[in-house]
Design a protein around this ligand. Sequence first.
Ligand code: MN
Length: 311
Amino acid sequence: MTNIIMKAAPSLLEKMKDHYKQALLEKVPQGGLFVAKTNNCTITAYRSGKVMFQGKNNEMEAAKWGNAEPSKSPTAFKAKTSGSALPENIASMSFIGSDEVGTGDYFGPITVVSAYVRKEHIPLLKELGVKDSKNLTDPQIMKIAKDLLSIIPYSLLKLQNEKYNRLQASGMSQGKMKAILHNQALIHLLKKISPEEPEGILIDQFVEANTYFRHLQGQKEICTNNVYFSTKGESIHIAVAAASILARYAFVKAMDKLSEEAGFTLPKGAGHQVDQAAAKLIQLKGEVSLDHFTKLHFANTEKAKKISESM
Ligand code: MN
């Protein structure tokens, strides 16, 4: 089991000590502020601001403190490799946001975008209607994305189906692919904006921080500095919303191109319509063509083959 370590500001340390006042232990290590024991988690806070969470429930316990506004994002917490809780005023800071699209879609690539939003640009982006891409229609996304492209620095990576299928067949999980893509996009973007540095990086959380960094073991370069993770990242910093819009934009464009190649419109998602479309594709171009259009390991492949056989 991995320990979770985060860094807390003095005010947060006081809040924590108060929160755990019923569970405080008498013995405190050198340099320690308090030790508390709750159900399946031991919390050790140090005067330096370091707080360590140990035990079975440590993720849940640490998640309580990951965000200054816990009601907004209860599962936000900081990677243990570069430890501090989300800054209190994160929404108004210059931040890189990172998000991906296409992971649940049978047709089309995975697109990952890291986008840098300087604090001066935040009001303009709000004006343009930048928000979570899930709450926008495709035409709205296309319009906002075109504005964004000329305003903010970003890095876009596309994992095409052939390569996805090769990696997947070699045993790589989708989570690991995503972690590698986010890391690469971040490295590209940091180089692009250098010597300027963001005040932090927020990845829309798809796995917990520890798992994310475990996936990156063996990578030549790993971006760890001021990296934060949070679910619903787009509600925490507008840079994540911008990244999600650009990733969606790239995905929609890729789907348009694939539809053109297929000769008919390929549906998004992984539902029944998708099975039908894949069966049609098998009829038109043969089963072997699925490698180019789809994520082969999805259950849709077998369903489409069955439908195609009865056509
Ligand atoms: Mn996301």
